[in-house]
Write a protein that binds this ligand. Sequence first.
Ligand SMILES: NC(=O)c1ccc[n+]([C@@H]2O[C@H](COP(=O)([O-])OP(=O)(O)OC[C@H]3O[C@@H](n4cnc5c(N)ncnc54)[C@H](O)[C@@H]3O)[C@@H](O)[C@H]2O)c1
Length: 267
Amino acid sequence: MDRMKDKVVLVFGAGSVGPGWGNGKAAAVAYAREGGKVVCVDVNHEAARNTLEVIESESGEGLALVADVTKSQEIASVIEATMQRFGRIDVLHNNVGINAPGGAAEATEESWRRVMDVNLTSAFLTCKAVLPIMERQGGGAIINISSLAAIRWTGYPYVSYYASKAALNHFTRAIAVEYAAKGIRANAILPGVMDTPHIQKQISGYYGTADEMKAKRDALSPMKRQGDGWDIAWASVFLASDEAKYITGIELPVDGGLHVTVSGSLG
Ligand SMILES: NC(=O)c1ccc[n+]([C@@H]2O[C@H](COP(=O)([O-])OP(=O)(O)OC[C@H]3O[C@@H](n4cnc5c(N)ncnc54)[C@H](O)[C@@H]3O)[C@@H](O)[C@H]2O)c1
């Protein structure tokens, strides 16, 4: 119950795009259940509020703030509000990520740039803002939510997603090494097939029905079922907590073993 006690956690993308538990919402609530003070940031104010309401209903503490992760000024305002209220930032959790369809010949230049901006530049901007604070404090932990798509073809033609998540992995490793001696750890989590509102909304178009999508995704996993937001949440709590104090620069698949298989294609 107290693995995050006295820690201030900043979660970008702490809401959920639909009812239920997305990865970001579950992570924010899990950090709070372990005693962390959680700043829930989302481009959608209602989504951030909803997550904070869950936290407060369980006697947790936090803030709900609005910001678009692609905008450095909005990130700066979030950092300022967090420092004013809590005076420190121990954990930075970057959850925001989007997909856009298309292989290299089909994807539009606009969609490529947008995906890079939301999935990759966002993490650069939040890290740029938070790292000096963690350095002054003498430590911190960064969790970047990547994807199994960073290291595998997952069956969908979405080249910008693959490229952005692969770059996010190495961005994470670079920070891990550069800041290791300063007490700051950085790790990436690679979700596999997770049953979240994000998936229902973003890629259900690849299937006839939601049931068909679920059946295919369940079958793909060696465990014969998808994971959920809580699998990502608890992996995040572990990597952010002092239990993982000697772990940095890793990419942790949370995928029921999917990354080990050779037939990982949803297409
Ligand atoms: N569900 C899966 O199967 C799966 C698999 C691999 C990776 N992932 C990764 O997990 C993450 C998504 O997890 P989720 O379930 O919480 O998704 P989600 O789509 O529910 O997103 C969480 C929140 O991010 C917010 N958001 C979107 N754009 C934003 C922006 N520009 N600025 C600030 N907030 C913004 C949304 O409003 C939403 O409330 C992504 O990084 C995704 O690539 C998911």
